[in-house]
Design a protein around this ligand. Structure first.
Ligand code: PLP
Length: 443
């Protein structure tokens, strides 16, 4: 008798352990993966042993339309059979089409296509430098605790020592000011300053939204000093905040912004969006990327934009985000170690009085994927189209876990724990905590 296709598939499928073994042997240890995942659909993913998880991390804000959205899959399938790639020495329709859509929802000017968040930020930094070059201005004021990527320039822009350590000398021209402290930013302005770079909601910094006066103040400061305001929307953009771009929730418009992560619905693509005044600063030969804006990536992004529109996901993120944040805030009253819940839209963080990784591990065991960031924050970034039932399910799992988890008996007993966790090298969870941010688990 013929064996079913399903049977044949499961016969050749590797176990979680086999997958991890091969990976650990041949992939450089820049990450500390927790699971071997083989399939995703909507808000759910499956590991190689068949266990299903509710994915409230969504690739760290990549899968805003969920795993393998049928429209995105179909667009990729179709485009892959037609034209995957040509050199940027030639025009393609999809890249112009996508640039036009991004101009309409964004800054009204032109865009440059890249492949990742770091590459988009690198392009935005180069754009600002090229703009300021004639006047000898190149310095960019960045924020403490920010995260902008892992290339040398974006690591230099990043306001976290652990991202830069060991890679010196880094490119010059980046200074850091305290986030949500306008005076600190003002004090860094010099005759060399060309721009201020800021995340409207810091993701890796611990899910910290900007204060409205802070972003408004940066806009005014930039106008008064002829500097550019640059927003990194790599994590908080593409609808997650309840608007296409998180800066819009503040009523502030930057001169340029960077995008990546959710733009391609799971397919890699990044972009720099510029205002009309910055749209023709680059000339042929100034900047380039072989894979920037391939027809395949642009088809995936166009389909993703369609899904966000058709499923009304901006409104969904705003409404569901407010509701979910309120429900999560109830945990502060009930559970001793939960001290705050913060964020905007569906970019939310549960703040603990101690390292978050043990709780994240427990949640994973229970079947809910989240991540620890800034040591003591459990980050929640669900797909914007997760269902009401899935939100309920996630909330139940978080409550159950908090009931089971007692954390450190009293934070006063061990108030060095948060500061020390990245120094400790012994336990698996401390390794995960030390690598928990973007270079650890993700990008
Ligand atoms: N900027 C922000 C705000 C991010 O959160 C990230 C990654 O998480 C990056 C830039 C870098 O993006 P990528 O990992 O795609 O290079």
């Amino acid at each position: 008798m013929r064996r079913s296709v399903r049977g044949e598939r499961s016969k050749i499928m590797k176990s979680s352990e086999d997958i991890a073994g091969q990976y650990n042997q041949f992939v450089m240890p820049t990450y500390a993966p927790a699971l071997s995942l083989v399939r995703g659909s909507g808000t759910r993913v499956w590991d190689a042993d068949g266990k299903v998880y509710l994915d409230f991390l969504a690739g760290i804000s990549v899968l805003n339309v969920g795993h393998c959205h049928p429209k995105v899959v179909e667009a990729i399938r179709q485009q892959a059979g037609e034209l995957m790639h040509v050199s940027n020495l030639y025009y393609t329709e999809k890249s112009g089409q996508l640039a036009r859509r991004l101009s309409t929802i964004g800054l009204g000017g032109k865009c440059f296509f890249a492949n990742s968040g770091a590459e988009a930020n690198e392009g935005m930094i180069k754009l600002a430098r090229m703009w300021g070059n004639a006047n000898g201005r190149y310095e960019i004021i960045c924020m403490e605790n920010s995260f902008h990527g892992r290339t040398l320039a974006t690591a230099a822009a990043t306001g976290q020592e652990k991202v830069r350590k060991g890679f010196e000398p880094l490119p010059e021209g980046f200074v850091h000011a305290a986030y949500n402290d306008l005076e600190s930013v003002s004090s860094k302005v010099s005759d060399k300053t060309v721009a201020v770079l800021v995340e409207a909601i810091q993701g890796e910094g611990g899910v910290v939204p900007a204060e409205p006066e802070f972003l408004e103040g940066i806009r005014s400061l930039c106008d008064e000093n002829s500097m550019l305001m640059l927003c990194d929307e790599v994590q908080c953009g593409m609808g997650r905040s309840g608007e296409w771009f998180a800066y819009s929730t503040y009523g502030v418009t930057p001169d340029a912004c960077s995008l990546a992560k959710a733009l391609g619905g799971g397919f890699p693509i990044g972009a720099v969006l510029a205002s009309p005044a910055l749209s023709d600063v680059f000339h042929p030969g100034n900047h380039a990327s072989t894979f920037g804006g391939t027809p395949l990536a642009c088809a995936a992004a166009l389909a993703t934009l369609d899904v966000i529109d058709e499923e009304d996901l901006l409104a969904r993120a705003a409404e569901k985000g407010t509701m979910f944040q309120k429900q999560l805030a109830g945990l502060v009253e009930t559970f001793e170690h939960v001290v705050d819940v913060r964020g905007r839209g569906l970019m939310l963080g549960i703040v603990l009085d101690q390292p978050a990784q043990p709780l994240v591990d427990l949640l994973t065991d229970m079947g809910l994927l989240t991540a620890a960031t800034a040591q003591n924050v459990v980050r929640l970034l669900p797909p914007l189209n997760a269902t009401d039932d899935e939100f309920e399910e996630a909330l139940d799992m978080i409550r159950d876990c908090l009931e089971e988890w007692h954390g450190t008996a009293s934070p006063e007993d061990d108030d060095s724990e948060i500061a020390d966790v990245s120094e400790s090298k012994d336990s698996p969870s401390s390794v995960a905590a030390a690598t928990e941010t973007e270079g650890g688990n993700t990008s």
